[in-house]
Structures are given as C-alpha cells and as structure tokens.
Design a protein around this ligand. Sequence first.
Ligand code: ADP
Length: 421
Amino acid sequence: MAQINEFPKEEGQTEPGQQAPAQDAAQTQIEKPPWWRRRLIGYLCVLPILAIIIGGTELMKGIVPYLGYPSSIWVFFLTIVALTWGTGPALLLIVLGVTVLDYYFVAPKDQYTILQWPDVIQLVPYVLAAAAITVITHQLERSRNRARIAEMHARTAEAQAQNSARQLSEANQHLTEVNQKLANADRTKDRFISIVAHELKTPITAIRGHSQLIQHRLARQQKQQSLSPNEEKTTSSVQHIEEQTDRLTILINDLLDVSRIRSGQMRMKKEPCDLNEICRAVTEEQRLLSKRTITLHQPEGPLLLQADRDRLAQVLTNLISNAVKYSSEPEPIEVSISQQEGWAVLQVRDYGRGISKKRLPHLFQEFYRTPDAQVSSIQGLGMGLAIVKEIVKKHDGQIGCESEEGQGSTFFVKLPLLQKP
Ligand code: ADP
C-alpha cells in the first residue's frame, strides 16, 4: 500500500537514531569530571602529598616528641586522596606510605625492616585502616558512578523524548497541511464534476430534440407511405441514438446528485403524496421499458407520506432497474408495499445472482460495485444505491438489503407515514 512518508526535512531535524545536539551536550556535561579530579592528577599528586606527610609527621614529632601514632597523618591524607581521586592513587599512596613510614618513623629508624615481625605488627593496624578506607571509597565511587550513569540515561531519554515529540508535532503539522490540500482538491473535483455535468446537459437536450424531430418526421412519412430500406435503417439508428442519450442523461443526473450530496445541497421538495400511486406509475413504466414480469402487491387505499414525489420515484426506479439488471428472464421481480405501525415498507425482490455476505456492508457506498458486477457486461458506475440511501435519509427513513449469493436479493425501504392531524 502506498504510504506518504517523505516529509521535507526541517532545519535542526535529525535522522532516526541520530542524537540531537542538546542530547550530546547533556551527555558530555555529565561524563566529564572537573579537571582537578582526573585520576592522572591524583597519581601526580601522590608524591607531593607523601612529602607533606613526611614533613607533617616530622613536625608533629618535634611538637610532641612521644607521638605514639606517627601514621595518623598518612591515614588522614589517604582518606582525602581516596575520596578525591579514587582507589588507584589511594593504593599507590598506601604502598609508598608504608615504605616511607617504615624507613623514617618505625624503629629501628632509617632502615628498611618492613618484612620483620616487629614492623609488621606496628604497621598492620594502619594498613588495615587504609585498606578499609580504600574499599569503602571504592564502593562509594562505584555507587557514584552508577548514579551518574543513571542520571545520564535519564537525561538522554528526556532529550530523546523531547526530540520525538518535536518530530511528531512536525509530522502532525505536515499531515494537517496535506489533509487541507486534499480537501481543497476534493472540493475542486466536485465543482468540476458539477460544472461538466451541467454543461453536458445542453448538447444532450439538443441531440434528443433533433432525434425526436427525425423520428416524428419518419413516423409521419410512414403513415403516408411505406418507408424505403434506407429510411428504415435511419429509424433504427435514431432509436439507438435516443436510447443512448437516455442513458447519458441518467448518468449525468446521477453525477449531479452525487455532487449535490457531497456539497450538502441535495434538497427535497416535500408535499403530501401517495406511495401507492407512485409505485403503480413507476412499476408500470419499468414493466414497459424492461418487458419483464414485475408484480406489485399493495394495500387498499392511499398510503400518505410527506415526501418529494420525484425523488421517491427515483428510489423505486433505481431498485427495480437494479433488480432487472442483476437478474434474468424468466425470473420475476416482486414489488410490495405494506404498512407497519407508523411506517410504510417498500420491498423489491429479485431472484437473480444475489450478493455475498461480505459485500453487503459496502453496497450503499459511492462508486461501489461488487467484483462480479465489475467484470460482467452490466453497465453501471455504482452511484445509484448511494443516491437512493441519501434520498431515504432525507425522508427520515431506513434502507437495507437481505441477500444470499445465487438466491436473489430483497431491498427494503421504510418511510414514516404522514401523521393524520
Ligand atoms: P450500479 O450502477 O453499478 O448498478 P448501484 O449503486 O445501483 O450501481 O449498485 C451498486 C452495486 O450493488 C452494483 O454494482 C451491484 O454489484 C450491486 N447490486 C445492486 N443491486 C443488486 C441486485 N438487485 N442484485 C445483485 N447485486 C446488486
């Protein structure tokens, strides 16, 4: 199925999957920590901090000569390093710190005896404290990272949602414009059909007038003397012209009706009229035209409606001519009228090809023809039933059809009876 999916790309609009500029900015803003908290800066700071630890510890020992915890300054700075730069620089500070403490402050001083028991016992509590700080900091760092990633995802999702909303609103606007253009084109087409149909009426009336004149002349001549073989051929040609102009007139009138329905200008000239009388006249006319057996069952006396006489005749003509078209001889066509409470019910029954269940719901749509009608030689444009439905609607009535394939069809119309004062 054809789809309109090529919307013109607006300025700033992105391809699907491509990130919007705002989205990129949000991501980089979250991903980049301040420069001084970068891990490399942390490693570079370890040595100066170590120098500060040695200096600080010396100073403390100078102030408090019997200082029992020379490693406390180291633990303090280790905590700061771990919190600021994470586990890598903290581990480096532990390794270097233990070495430096052992050399400068743990007895015997100025010697590396780090692997001997007295040193190990002195340093173990500090190393354990340092390790605990590092582990805790590591956990903190991980949860901080997770929170940052979650925030980043949330911002990305928000940016994507904003982007999608913008794209949707642009698409919506585009669709509204296209709809507007289609509605305008539809109105132009309806106007065109109406103008063409009106314009065609004049030449067709002229053709009909001339052919009737020729027919009258030939008929007069036939009364006075017999016609020559050439004149007889002319008579049959003129009859053919008249049949075709009749067909054209019906088509043009149907086109005009469809255009009136679409523009909401189909008006009814309602007056009190007798449905029995209309049905009698139409049935008789259709019997003569089609030369088919058309029976009529109607109740005694008049059946009064407030209706447009010509339009009701049009409804019945259409239903009977369809029954004639879609059934064949010798099958009869039965027209019946009955009275049900406040309604007059008109039925047209044929024993023709019928309509399949799945086609029935489309029957009253404009320009609808069943597939077998389309491939058959039966002519039609699918306008008749749509017009009939509109006329019935304008009379506050109902229309329907019951049919079975191969068993024929029954079309019924319910119209409100004229209420007696
Ligand atoms: P059309 O000019 O094609 O007859 P209509 O609007 O009168 O247009 O009818 C629409 C379609 O409904 C027809 O093309 C035909 O397929 C189907 N249809 C209408 N009346 C009958 C019927 N009595 N029997 C079978 N099919 C019918």
